[in-house]
Design a protein around this ligand. Structure first.
Ligand code: GDP
Length: 425
């Protein structure tokens, strides 16, 4: 059976923890989109890890970790991650990389920086990991598939053409140093040697695994609202964050995905610019939640940037779950809200004097004001509780109110960062 674990919101919902937890019963964990621009924070017996490229299942000896064709593969980052796991005593993981995955080139990272610099105030707040230039090149059909590293002569010729094109931009648009053809070619040969042990035909491997009845997890990055089609365009990421894309980015049949576990955080947070209707505008209030949030505060796993904080948004989350095709909601980081006397929840958007419940397109979203309903807090520490009925009444009311508003079943409640901090309903 194939299950997808994806986010309903702006990312950082705690997908890493949920994937890590579900991986206990999985044979294969697949990354199907995104690159090293986001990260998952995983806390387990080996320590605390921020993974950017490896799937969250790498800590289990029985799982195979797969980098699908849809991923923006940063080879040095992947190799460093493997080395750092080994250095911290994690047993050598089984890793497969799709021969159809494309490679983040050193110049993608530079172009990302240069473009943000050129845009100045109008910049996207990119993590400068090269993701947007990478996907632009992929769809402009001038990217490099892993398979292309293995034909030296074709590679040399392609590098020549790449330099010809990229150097025009570097010289005339960005006024930056040009790419050295020989150096780039040599770098790609080192990439080839590093990646060689992991490369295989992933879709064929997964096809067989599905036929053999293996448990496969597809691990998404970011969340619905960062999807390039259905998110808050243009403040989105460059590859689809939806479970449906899991079929494409892993190379499996769409009907193989039987369960979609959508991870939803008990409050909101977002990185980067863009509309964020339920944002907490009082900085003292926001900072209070930020420093208690997540496992080590709400600061980006890749960049360390403080995240923008908000109350739970039922409008965005209903939409986020709907686009994912949610079968189960995992409701996370609920323990963090135990300090609040009252908890506001956004139940509608007011736009031009009317209240709407459907998440709108970006120009309308920019005008939306939150309609807040305040629920009583539970004023206690719920971490350590393992049975739903043992949760304080106000806490259960908060969960059940949100479940009704978003219209998808909350089947798991996460009340701490560890694998065992979970309540099944
Ligand atoms: P991801 O990208 O969706 O995996 O999100 P993050 O890596 O930002 O994870 C959110 C943070 O919350 C991490 O630091 C996790 O360790 C932590 N976390 C996940 N679930 C819970 C939870 O239920 N309670 C607490 N306190 N922290 C959690």
């Amino acid at each position: 059976m194939v299950k997808a674990v994806v986010g309903a919101n702006w990312g950082d919902e705690g997908k890493g923890k949920i994937t890590d937890m579900l991986s206990e019963h999985a044979d294969i964990i697949v990354r199907f989109q995104g690159g090293a621009n986001a990260g998952h924070t995983i806390v387990n017996d080996y320590g605390t890890f921020a993974l950017h490229t490896l799937p969250s299942g790498v800590f289990y000896g029985h799982t195979t970790s797969v980098i699908g064709n849809g991923v923006a593969l940063n080879i040095p980052v992947l190799i460093n991650e493997i080395e750092s796991l080994k250095a911290q005593g994690v047993p050598e993981p089984k890793i497969l990389v799709s021969d159809r995955a494309q490679i983040v080139m050193p110049y993608h990272i530079l172009f990302d920086e240069y473009e943000e610099e050129r845009l100045g105030k109008a910049s996207f707040g990119s993590t400068k990991s090269g993701i947007a230039p990478f996907y632009s090149d992929k769809y402009a059909k001038i990217g490099y598939q892993v398979s292309e590293l293995f034909d030296k002569e074709l590679l040399r010729e392609k590098v020549r053409r790449t330099c010809e094109q990229k150097n025009v931009l570097l010289e005339h648009l960005y006024h930056k140093p040009l790419i050295d053809e020989k150096e780039l070619f040599e770098t790609l040969l080192t990439y080839r040697d590093k990646i060689r042990p992991y490369v295989c035909d992933v879709s064929s491997f997964l096809w067989q695994a599905i036929k053999d009845g293996k448990e496969i997890l597809l691990e998404g990055q970011l969340g619905t609202l960062k999807d390039p089609d259905h998110g808050i365009y243009p403040m989105v990421t460059s590859s689809s964050t939806l479970a449906g894309y899991g079929a494409i980015g892993a190379g499996i049949p769409p009907y193989a995905i039987e369960k979609v576990v959508t991870v939803v955080k008990a409050y909101s947070s977002a990185v980067g610019a863009g509309a964020f209707v339920s944002e907490i505008l009082d900085e003292t209030e926001a900072e209070e939640l930020r420093k208690r949030g997540g496992n080590a505060g709400e600061y980006g796993a890749t960049t360390g940037r403080p995240r923008r904080m908000g109350w739970f948004d039922c409008v965005a989350t209903h939409y986020g779950c709907r686009l994912q095709g949610t079968t189960d909601v995992a409701f996370t980081v609920l323990d963090v809200l135990g300090y609040l006397d009252e908890i506001p929840v956004c139940v509608g958007y007011e736009v031009d004097g009317k209240v709407i419940k459907d998440f709108p397109v970006t120009p309308v979203l920019e005008k939306a004001k939150p309609v807040l309903k305040t629920l009583p807090g539970w004023k206690s520490d719920i971490s350590g509780i393992r049975e739903y009925d043992k949760l304080p009444e106000n806490c259960r009311n908060y969960i059940e109110f949100i479940e009704k508003e978003i219209g998808f079943p909350i089947t798991m409640v996460s009340n701490g960062p560890k694998r065992s901090d979970i309540i099944y309903r």
